[in-house]
Each structure stands twice: as structure tokens, then as C-alpha cells.
Ligand binder design. Sequence first.
Ligand code: EPU
Length: 320
Amino acid sequence: MRMTEFTEQVSAVSELSPAGELRTVVSPQCVVQENEPLSRRTTLRVGGSADLWVEPATEPDLIAMLQWAGDRGMPVMLLGRGSNLLVRDGGIRGMVICLCQPHFARVEVEGCRVRCGAGARLKAVSNEARNHELAGLEFLEGIPGSVGGALRMNAGAHAGSIFDAVVEVRLLDLHGRVQVMSGAGMEAGYRSCPMLRTHVAVEAVLEGRPEARAAIEQRMKEFNHKRWSSQPAAPSAGCVFKNPDSIPAGRLVEELGLKGARVGGARVSMEHGNFIVTEAGSTAAEVLTLINRIREKARSERGIELETEVQIVGEEADQP
Ligand code: EPU
């Protein structure tokens, strides 16, 4: 090779954007994009962009991405279905990984156990369990999330939480090293699983118990009816606050007279006081102002310190 050709090749490589560089170390089926608006990746529909948005096609791709980011000191965040997330208007620096490709969305029944990829929808898991006459996973039916997000938050509804059913979880650390842990060994609490702050769940095995399909179907219908009759259909991130010990947060917000309270396009739902719903064009700043208004009133009038259940991430927008 002549020297000029060599120099041209070197400069071509070094001029690659981060996305271009990352594409050279993963399979072509991966999605790698810069400046991906997260308002279209979250159910609340607000917030800024991710510097780098990636969808690995396989586990080796995911490992390569984690190592690539680690080598550059780039922060990494996992995003499931974005149903419990408030992204600030300045967006997220670093890499946001979404396990939404088919490899991570598998749901396979093996006897009384359901093996599911972290990207599988919770609805798909509960449907598959019902199809195989396995009870105990009906409560997942209406939670608008993925298995990975549900594990991270120990998501729950109707008095059940996902870790009640978890037998084991396959995890990667941020260097891409694989580990399998028992559900009991992961110390999940109310809406939290501390281990998943520093590890990525790629697969979980859940356990059900045999029961006739009709009985399971009936409970799923009841849960579905309860949800749609008490929770809003407008864009939201589910319950905003954790329930304090003394009173459910939704009832507290109602008693404080804050149902319907509005900041710009963000408003407290009239259907359920623990939901904030957004209109097209709303901003994360509006949602955050409303959250703070609720917290201040709960503190000053009732002495209750409300803690957010929604995960708040990213940076403030630059002031104009
Ligand atoms: N309530 C009111 N006013 C309201 C809302 C609720 O008085 O505006 C009362 C209800 O009548 C009920 C009590 O508060 O007596 C509890 O309400 P609900 O049954 O709706 O349950 P929740 O505690 O508000 C929890 C989960 C939900 C889950 C439901 C259904 C938390 C923070 N929330 O809500 O999860 O869907 O149970 O089981 O634990 C989520 O995690 O995002 C979420 C929405």
C-alpha cells in the first residue's frame, strides 16, 4: 500500500462519528443512531434526545456495545418500553440501550416455568402463561412494560410483584461479564432491585402454577377492567409516586385537591391522582414543576415526604 492510501484510510477511520465507529464492532442487524429523540421512546412523550441510541441484535452485540462504551468511559443506560421514565428536556449523554430486537423478546414455556428475554412485553408473558394454563402471572397483564424494566423496578400490580415469581435472572455487568442469579438472591424491595442499577438483565425465568385456563382468563379480565376503570388512557408514566405507608399517593393527591392541577400541557389526571398525563407539545420541565408542586403541598399540609416512583433521568435543557 502506498503511503498516501494508508494515510487516507487512517483519517477515514478516525473521522467516523461515534455511531459509525460502533457499527464497525457489532453485527449489521444492530440499530445504532445518534441524537434519537426519547419523547418517542417513552410513554410520557416528553424529554430530550439520547446522544447514542442502540438496539443490539444478539447478546454478543450487547456485550460488544457495553465494552465499547466502557473503553471510552461513556455512560450507559438501559431503556425498556419507557413506561416508567421521565427524561429531562436536555436529553441523555452517552449510550441508551434498548433490548427491543426479536432475540431479546422471546417467551418460552418449559413445564411450570416461563423463560423470557428482557425485551419481552409483560402482556406477552402473561398471555403465554395463560395459554399454557399457568397461573400467578396474570397481574403482569396490564403493566405497559418489558421484562427488563419490570425487574429493574420490581414492577407490580394487584398485590403481586414480578420478583414473587422470579426463579433466576441472567445478568451482564457493565463490562459484559455473564452471571446467573437466583431471584431470591437479588434482594428486590417495593419498586426496586438495587442490583440492576449496575447490571443488565438479559433473561429471566418466572414460575407459575398449573390452573385451568378459564380461571386465569377470568382474573386477567378483572384486572384489566380495574385498570381501565381507574387509570387514564392518556400518555403518562404510570404512578408518579411510591405509596407512602400512611395513605395511597393517589388518594392523598385527591385529598389535597390537586386532581386536574395543570402546568402547561402536563396535568394531574382526573381519573387517578397518582398519574400525570401530558398533551402533545408538553415538556419534561412542566411535568417536573407539577411533581414539585404536589410534593410541596403534601409536605406542608400533611407532613408527608412523597418519593417518586417514576425514574427521572437526563439533563436540564440549556436556558434560552
Ligand atoms: N384512590 C383515590 N383517589 C385516586 C386514586 C386512588 O382515592 O385518585 C384510592 C383508591 O380508591 C384506593 C386506593 O387509593 O382505595 C389505592 O388506589 P389503587 O387501587 O388505584 O392502587 P394504587 O395504590 O394507586 C397501585 C400501583 C399501580 C397498580 C395499581 C393496581 C403503586 C404506586 N401503584 O396503585 O401501579 O397499577 O396498584 O394494582 O404501587 C405503577 O406502578 O406505575 C402503577 C400504576
